[in-house]
Design a protein around this ligand. Structure first.
Ligand code: BES
Ligand code: ZN
Length: 385
């Protein structure tokens, strides 16, 4: 065996062995300590404070990149049917308010032809999920004269949806299990309450750097969704990037890389979108943006990596098998890719605990192996032999 290979294997196994340490365990515990790290909440602020302190301790200068955006919050929306209160979720972008109307169940998903022979002027209509967008369903319902829209999920469980814009009439998503009850209540009066509120969110990206002209960015979002501790999504990526920053701190790579911790990802990639618009000159000097999201639980075979083909080629001799990702998914690399920066997205698949209260554990060897792959790319790209 060649000497460099032996040396490299030793280093590689060392890196793996070193990854789950009291230090990284403490990182994970600190990130999970205050509950879901929803952007703009004290838990997200506490996570940001912890990361900032750790990165400074590792010798980086820390730049806080604050930004604001507005988010809609559902304060508890429902349909009152006689004595029964059916809990639902406001479709994001729905007008708020109370509507009293007679119930009509439309047979189908709410395309125009589904309304044939129905008189729905001034009524609250029920349609099923699927085939057309929520916004199309609402526009058609409004055209037909309906004053409220109830969308039944097409599988068990509640429905969380968005109009991705402003909807024309108040709209709620409902559990598929309510279909029978609604069918049986045709023609009865219902009261729909959409109780939403817009709030200003204070987001905070964190940038750890040792130079002003980075050639690569390694990033992960540290925020999580309401109700989920977000261990895999995405404390896994956050801890991996933090530990990489530490281990590379006294190497030549630290002069060429910015480590960025994004906020507001779960509300629509706010942190990365604002970064891309606020750091235009930095973008021009970038050879790569490497994004880590959900790298602590293995789904299927191999480490999923998607993005730029030339960057992917740098992983051809990576010790862990690489599974090419087709579509590169909705995460913080997307705004960079759209701005013309070559990206790689590291991701191990959607596990069963995704966005649930049970997203509580990661497998340390997977973080180590991801860190190694990222380090390989950085070495090949920025320190050519
Ligand atoms: N890590 C997740 C989801 C994800 C899964 C990204 C598979 C890429 C591939 C991410 O935090 C997330 O939930 N993103 C949102 C989209 C975003 C634009 C709000 C999603 O996928 O619903
Ligand atoms: Zn994520």
């Amino acid at each position: 065996m060649k000497l460099w290979l032996v040396a490299w294997l030793c280093l590689a196994s060392l890196a793996g062995a070193q990854f789950s340490t009291p230090r990284t365990q403490a990182d994970m515990a600190a990130l999970l300590a205050n509950g879901p790290r929803v952007a703009g909440t004290p838990a997200a602020q506490a996570a940001a404070n912890y990361l900032a302190q750790q990165l400074q301790q590792a010798g980086y200068s820390l730049q806080l990149h604050p930004f604001t955006y507005s988010r809609e919050r559902d304060l508890g929306s429902f349909v009152q049917l006689g004595e029964r209160r059916l809990e639902g979720n406001a479709i994001a972008g729905s007008p708020a308010g109370t509507v009293e109307a007679e119930l009509v169940v439309v047979p189908g998903v709410g395309q125009s032809q589904d309304y044939a022979g129905l008189q729905v002027t001034g009524k609250a209509v029920v349609v099923r999920r699927g085939v057309i967008t929520f916004l199309e369903k609402a526009r058609i319902a409004a055209q037909q004269g309906a004053v409220a829209l109830l969308i039944l999920n097409n599988q068990p469980g509640g429905l969380l949806g968005t109009f991705a814009g402003d909807g024309p009439i108040p709209a709620l998503g409902l559990d598929a299990a309510l279909e029978g009850l609604l069918q049986a209540s045709q023609g009865q009066p219902v009261r729909l309450e959409v109780r939403t509120q817009r709030q200003e969110v204070q987001g905070r990206n964190l940038i750890a750097k040792k130079s002003e002209r980075p050639q690569a960015i390694v990033g992960a979002h540290y925020d999580s969704v309401p109700g989920s501790p977000g261990a895999n999504d995405n404390a896994s990526g956050t801890v991996t990037v933090l530990e990489l920053a530490r281990t590379l701190a006294n190497t030549p790579l630290a002069q060429k890389v910015w480590f960025v911790f994004f906020d507001g990802e779960e509300d629509g990639l706010w942190g990365s979108r604002r970064f891309v618009s606020d750091f235009q000159e930095v973008l021009l000097g970038l050879k790569a943006m490497l994004n880590l999201d959900m790298v602590g639980v293995q789904v299927g075979q191999g480490l999923g990596v998607g993005g730029d083909n030339d960057l992917l080629a740098l992983l051809s001799s990576n010790p862990e098998t690489i599974r090419p990702l087709g579509s590169s998914g909705g995460s913080d690399h997307v705004p960079f890719a759209q701005a013309g920066v070559p990206v790689l997205f590291f991701h191990r698949g959607l596990d069963a605990n995704y966005h649930r209260p049970t997203d509580q554990v990661v497998q340390w060897p997977l973080l180590a192996s991801t860190a190694l792959a990222v380090e390989n790319v950085l070495n090949e790209l920025l320190l050519p032999r």
